[in-house]
Each structure stands twice: as C-alpha cells, then as structure tokens.
Design a binder for this molecule. Structure first.
Ligand SMILES: NC(=O)c1ccc[n+]([C@@H]2O[C@H](COP(=O)([O-])OP(=O)(O)OC[C@H]3O[C@@H](n4cnc5c(N)ncnc54)[C@H](O)[C@@H]3O)[C@@H](O)[C@H]2O)c1
Length: 344
C-alpha cells in the first residue's frame, strides 16, 4: 500500500479550514493534521488524522508537528482578519507575519529533511491593495496583481509581507549559506476576495456586511449595513474558494508563472445584493448606517480583480457568478430548500 501524504492545515477550525478539511477528507488521499488556537469541534476533528489546539507562533509545537507527522504540504490559513487586526495591530503582526515565518522556516527545514519541495498554500487577500481614491478605484476596475500595492490596514500590510516572504523562501532562501539546498518551499498564494459561505457566518472581516445581510434576510431580521450602498468589492462563494485552493495545490510547479494570483468570481455593489435579496426573500429589510473606518478600508479595495493569470496557469474557473451564488447555492442551502450544498 502506498504511503498517504500528510498535510498540515493551520486555522483548521475557521471558515475556510472547515470547508477545506471536508473536501480533503472526501478525497481520502491525505493524512490531515489540523492546528487551531481553539479546539476543533468533534465532527471536524473526526475528519483529521490528528488535531492540535495550539498557536502557529509556538516554536516547540510547530517543528514537532512537521517531524512527528512527516508533513509534506501546508495549508496555512490561521490569521487575524482585517477588522480584528485593526483592533489589535501588534498581535495581528505577530500572528499574521510571525506565525507565517514560523511555518515557512519549518517548511524549509522539512524540504531539506525529506529531500522534496514542500507546497505551501497561503490565502492572501484583496486587502493588499490600496486604491488612493474612489475615482481611481472606479477607473481601475479589474486590478492586476502588481498594481496599487499600498495597503492601509495592518492585515493588508501583513499579508503583502507574507507574500514577499513566500517568494523569498521559494526562490532565494539560504542563497549565501552552506545550508543551501535544491529542495525548497513551493509557496503559492491566492489573493481572495470577500468569501461567503452558506454554513458559517464570519466575524472580524471587513467584507462581512454581505454575509451579514444575507443571514439576516434569511432569518427575517432587519439589518443595518455598515457600508455605503454603492460599495463594490469582489466576492466568491466558499465552495469556489476551496476548489481554487485545491486547484492551485495540484498544479505542477512548472505551470505557475507567479507565486501570487488574484482570484475573483463576481463583484456586486451592496445595493445590488440588497435588491437581489429583497426580490427573492420576503423577510429582507436592509438599511444603511456607514461605519466610516470600515468604509475607508473598503474604498481602498478594488472593485474587481483581473484573474486571467489564475485562469491561464492553473484553470481557475469559479462555478458561481452573482445570481447563481445566491439563487443556486446560498439561499437554497440557508433556507433548507436544497438538502446538499453544491460542493461541500
Ligand atoms: N474569509 C474571507 O473572506 C477571507 C478572504 C481573504 C483571505 N482570507 C484568509 O483565509 C484564511 C482563513 O480565513 P477564514 O475566513 O477561515 O478565517 P477564520 O477567522 O474563520 O479562521 C481563522 C482561524 O485561525 C485560527 N487562529 C487565529 N490565530 C491563530 C493562531 N495564532 N494560531 C493558530 N490558529 C489561529 C482561529 O482560531 C480561526 O479558527 C486567513 O488567512 C484569511 O486571512 C479569508
């Protein structure tokens, strides 16, 4: 019997971690090692070969996980998100950059030890962008990977730093050291837009107004949106996000022309989401009271992203566009008119 590959999933209990572990477990090809600051719920823990409650900053635990489980790939999802990060920027820096460094360093050592490249999948974000004003945002429309990289949140600054660290560990690490090895970290980052899941209501992100609006409308509760009606950012459903993680993970190294890819799906304004919800759900009752700080972040994020490189290099092809996302996935799953979610 051939040996199964072991993969480490950090932030295992989060929104993406939950969806990813379900998919990886369905494929039954990997030993899944889960790590999260909070204990995993028993059902999710049951899908992992082993799960650990601990910190990605832990310099004893993380190397032990690589060694004990012969980790061959990393999905590094643990992070403090944009709004939470802004409430505690120093802790956000520690977790988001320090935690990533700890993982990259151990992945580099593992590459030398196993004599194999270690794939390292990293969910970055559109918060790495910083459009200077609304007219530039409108004019720029679909932003390309190398443009407008002037983040104004600690979260965006952290994620952009990690993208550079990942590139460094993949292409230049130990260039002047005797420890230089042909085996290296193979870092692959996806710049995700705001993600919406039919199974978990997020907290701590600045794109949360979309899922909050949806969940309130389904529950027949009024919702006061913290963003202006004309706010437009790119969005994607959680099943499409998980699918894109698995696609970039499976792509051969030679096919990747970049280490960091934009991924998009659809990009409605808050008002367009409101109109769709009001059309479909009788309980939708949405009003607006702008939170200036959160709005300022949203105004620096692009209206949409150019993800043509992801399409060409590893076949990014989200299943859900705007109407399909709500009509075929989110609303049916949340109202119980669909028994099985589309991908999970
Ligand atoms: N959800 C989105 O809209 C979105 C968009 C772009 C990028 N991302 C990125 O995707 C990743 C996962 O996002 P998510 O939506 O699942 O977030 P989430 O907040 O639901 O999950 C993050 C998980 O990380 C864990 N965690 C936090 N600090 C930790 C630490 N120090 N050590 C170990 N675990 C820790 C938390 O307990 C949580 O379970 C993050 O890196 C995030 O930046 C998410």
């Amino acid at each position: 019997m051939s040996k199964r590959h072991s993969v480490l999933v950090t932030g295992a209990g989060g929104e993406i971690g939950t969806g990813l572990i379900q998919r990886l477990s369905n494929e039954n090809a990997f030993d899944i090692i889960g790590l999260d600051l909070k204990g995993l719920d028993p059902e999710l823990a049951g899908l992992c070969t082993s799960s650990y409650t601990g910190d990605v900053l832990d310099t004893d635990l993380v190397p032990r996980l690589f060694l004990d489980h012969q980790i061959e790939a990393v999905f590094h999802l643990a992070a403090m998100l944009s709004s939470s990060g802004e409430r505690n920027p120093e802790r956000a820096f520690d977790v988001n950059v320090g935690g990533t460094m700890n993982l990259l360093k151990n992945a580099a050592e593992q590459a030398r030890y196993l004599e194999a490249n270690i794939r390292f999948i990293f969910p970055s974000t559109i918060a790495v962008y910083g459009l200077p004003d609304l007219s530039t945002k409108k004019r720029a429309a679909k932003v390309r990977e190398n443009d407008f990289l002037n983040p104004i949140t600690m979260y965006g600054v952290n994620k952009l730093s990690c993208e550079h660290l990942g590139y460094y560990y993949t292409h230049h690490y130990s260039a002047l050291s005797e420890k230089r090895s042909q085996w290296h970290v193979d870092f692959r980052a996806l710049r995700f837009p705001g993600l919406i899941s039919a199974h978990t209501l997020p907290s701590g992100g600045t794109s949360d107004y979309i899922p909050e609006m949806l969940y309130a409308a389904v529950a027949g509760k009024p919702y006061t949106c913290f963003a202006r009606p004309d706010t437009r950012i790119p969005l994607m459903t959680m099943p499409d996000a998980v699918e894109s993680i698995l696609r970039i993970f499976s792509a051969p190294f030679e096919s990747l022309g970049r280490t960091v890819y934009n991924v998009g799906a659809f990009a409605p304004s808050a008002e367009e989401v409101e109109n769709l919800l009001t059309e479909v759900l009788s309980g939708a009752d949405i009003s607006y009271e702008v939170n200036e700080s959160r709005q300022a972040f949203l105004d620096t994020w692009p209206e949409d992203v150019d993800d043509s490189a992801a399409q060409a290099d590893w076949g990014h092809a989200p299943q859900h566009k705007f109407k399909e996302a709500f009509a075929e996935y989110l609303i049916p799953a949340l109202t119980g008119t669909q028994t099985e979610p589309t991908h999970l």
